[in-house]
Design a protein around this ligand. Structure first.
Ligand SMILES: [Mg+2]
Length: 431
């Protein structure tokens, strides 16, 4: 039986939410900024996008393109509320609703569409309910197909507020709606770009180009062994299936998709930073936040990764045998990487940092880990517990490590969609 999969994606989510809350912002180019420093635009409104403003970008760069750009600080709590309302609507039509990101869901309607008058009726009802229950300025793009790959591709082909070339559309086409049926695949593949597909980013595209694959149709006919020799086994098979429009992945209900595989944080500094102590303090702060999150999730990590972006980029990871969950330990590994990269010796320009990402992986439930009888970190973990209690009660960063003492307030904010899975889990648990 052919499956019936929907992919629903909010258009310009953060910015549309702001325009929904404040009608004076509607029909204007808006840039939503990270709340700290306001120098990075993390989301652009559809009006701003039409003028060529991409996100993320720096505010000053966006203003060069559009001097009348209005910037608005992000209100993540409000976006959460909207995502919750959205999920609440979707789950009325199927138990198989997967939260793919803060503003995207997959719904498998295969077993339930008949209960609600068929798939088109469901789409229409969901759109109407979003309009009535969330707001008239919030719009969505809907893709319908027989697997997740094509449903997501479809929703990206017809944004309701930007008309795609008519030739790109096949099957049932409406405002913000594209359906891809098996007989449409050939035509869609002949018109789409490689980067229209979820799973092909710029880097993968460049590597595909290198082996002579410039279009989805060429990917379709590419021999598997050629793909494997460039991309290794797993990714090679994935790309081959993508070329064949095959995708057997299930829609995983949101209440099951809570497993946390990594916890991380990214931060865009308010200005180009040359001061090494400040850079390290910011890294420390991100590590502390990750530590807090790991402990709240009752997880410990064995791998720590650090990314620094500025005039040059640096990235690396460290994996150790012990599992850790304290900001201090996570920072220790970051500092090792930082030292290995020799940043302390670099001249100002080379050592400039603008973006910082820290992440942890190889997570394990703390309760599964055996405690050492002679746990040297025991005293540290007792202090940590007391600090966590205080911070839980009075807010994060009420009590902070001495290393960040006397530093300007470094309170970080997420600056991307679902910067990590912690938010997703928090959201899911709120149901
Ligand atoms: Mg979206």
């Amino acid at each position: 039986m052919q499956r019936i999969i929907l992919h629903i994606d909010f258009d310009s989510f953060f910015a549309s939410c702001e325009q929904q809350f404040d009608s004076s912002l509607r029909d204007k180019p808006i840039g939503v900024t990270a709340t700290n420093g306001r120098t990075c635009i993390i989301a652009a409104s559809r009006e701003a996008k039409k003028l060529g403003i991409k996100s993320p970008t720096r505010t000053w760069e966006a203003r060069q393109i559009c001097p009348s750009l209005i910037t608005v600080p992000a209100h993540f709590e409000k976006y959460w509320e909207i995502t919750q309302k959205f999920l609440n609507i979707c789950k009325d039509y199927s138990p198989y609703v997967e939260l793919f990101s803060l503003d995207e869901v997959f719904i498998d309607l295969s077993s339930t569409e008949n209960l609600f008058g068929g798939v088109y009726k469901v789409i229409e009802t969901i759109k109407r309910r979003i309009n009535n229950e969330i707001g008239e300025y919030i719009t969505v793009s809907v893709g319908l197909s027989y697997n997740k790959l094509l449903a997501k591709l479809a929703s990206g082909l017809n944004k309701p507020n930007a008309s795609p070339p008519a030739s790109l559309l096949a099957g049932e086409v409406g405002r913000g709606f594209v359906q891809i049926s098996p007989q449409d695949v050939e035509e869609i593949y002949s018109k789409a770009k490689l980067t229209n597909f979820c799973g092909i980013g710029e880097r993968v595209k460049v590597r595909l180009n290198k082996i002579g694959i410039d279009t989805p149709l060429q990917l379709r006919s590419a021999p598997l062994d050629v793909l494997i020799s460039e991309f290794k086994d797993v990714e090679g098979h994935f790309l081959k299936e993508l070329g064949l429009a095959q995708d057997s992945r299930e829609v995983i209900p949101y209440y099951l998709s809570t497993e946390t595989k990594s916890v991380g944080r990214s931060y865009c500094l308010p200005q180009n930073e040359y001061d090494q102590r400040l850079i390290l303090q910011n890294i420390f702060e991100l590590c502390e936040e990750i530590g807090i999150k790991l402990r709240r999730l009752d997880k410990k990590a064995r791998t720590v990764g650090l990314y620094l972006g500025g005039n040059q980029t640096y990235h690396g990871r460290k994996t150790i045998t012990d599992h850790i969950d304290s900001g201090r330990d996570i920072y220790g590994l970051c500092k090792t990487l930082y030292d290995e990269w020799g940043l302390a010796k670099l001249s100002n320009e080379e050592g400039m940092v603008r973006q910082i990402s820290v992440w942890t992986g190889n997570l394990e439930d703390s309760s599964n880990l055996t405690l050492s009888l002679f746990d040297a970190t025991n005293k540290g973990s007792k202090i940590q517990k007391v600090m966590d209690k205080i911070n839980d009660r009075f807010g994060d960063h009420t009590i902070r490590n001495g290393f960040v003492h006397n530093s300007p307030s470094l309170k970080t904010v997420p600056n991307g969609y679902m910067a990590d899975r912690f938010e997703r889990q928090k959201l899911v648990q709120s149901f």
